[in-house]
Design a protein around this ligand. Structure first.
Ligand SMILES: [Zn+2]
Ligand SMILES: [Zn+2]
Length: 264
């Protein structure tokens, strides 16, 4: 690969204000397939980081300016343990995940490369058939710094310090997020729902782009139940694991679209 032809990124993460208490981080130079939405939510007593990206460079320097609290008290929630969601989890002291995926977070066994030819070809087909644009030689279109070697990439997991199951609450002081177990895309996927505001952080259970439901650890039967569960919520806005946020009407449209595909 000709690394000379890749530009050097000025900043690896972009940070966008979502609302007064929430910022979204994103890795613009990662292929859209693995470009996850990472949310930082400020609370009165503690802050919450939802997912942590690919782990190509540390996320912590981008998160520190967003909080005034001790970094050691930020609650890091992994919605699930795919490569694009747990890359920076090891940089946080409080790491929560669903028990079904705790082993995977401690020692990731799935995709662990940013080089196309090193990805399981079955996965590449799965991604392209789902509707994602073809993968280039690398899953990045710029280097994070001069001299970066894509071969050096490795997904570093970290053991959970606590678990989150259906019915648990992540309490930020003035804000409480209920944990929903939403399997289908992955066995231990969780979403966070704030009843007071109708805000849903959905992870990859639902987003406004090509959903992935046909790969290892995935289940359409479980996904159908998850979709019905999400449809029953009184949501005002859904912040998905990928793609722009959307409202309840769009949630219903997305669900109906996949129910047609799945013959539900
Ligand atoms: Zn994802
Ligand atoms: Zn995923």
């Amino acid at each position: 690969m000709d690394l000379q032809s890749y530009p050097i990124a000025e900043k690896w993460f972009s940070v966008t204000k979502v609302d007064d208490t929430t910022d979204m981080l994103l890795e613009p130079h990662v292929h859209v397939l693995e470009q996850a939405n990472l949310f930082f939510v400020r609370g009165s007593d503690r802050d919450m980081m939802i997912d942590t990206g690919m782990g190509i460079v540390p996320i912590r320097p981008y998160v520190e300016p967003l909080t005034e609290k001790p970094f050691s008290e930020i609650v890091c929630v992994s919605t699930h343990t795919h490569i694009d969601h747990i890359g920076g989890v090891h940089e946080f002291d409080i790491r929560l995940v669903h028990p079904i995926e705790a082993d995977e977070m401690a020692a990731p066994s799935g995709m662990n490369t940013i080089i196309r030819d090193e990805i399981d070809p079955k996965l590449v087909v799965l991604f392209e058939e789902a509707g994602y644009p073809p993968l280039d030689e690398l899953l990045i279109d710029a280097l994070p710094y001069a001299g970066y070697d894509p071969k050096s990439y490795s997904l570093t997991g970290a053991p959970a310090t606590g678990i989150l199951e259906e019915g648990d609450t992540v309490d930020l002081g003035d804000r409480q997020f209920s944990v929903l177990h939403v399997p289908g895309h992955s066995p231990g996927s969780i979403a966070l729902f704030e009843e007071k505001t109708g805000i849903l952080f959905a992870g990859d259970a639902i987003y406004d782009g090509p959903l992935i439901y046909d790969g290892p650890g995935m289940s359409v039967d479980e996904y159908v139940a998850t979709m019905k569960k999400l449809q029953a919520l009184d949501v005002s806005i859904v912040h998905g694991g990928h793609d722009p946020s959307f409202d309840k009407k769009r949630l219903d449209e997305i669900v109906e679209h996949y129910f047609r595909i799945w013959g539900v």
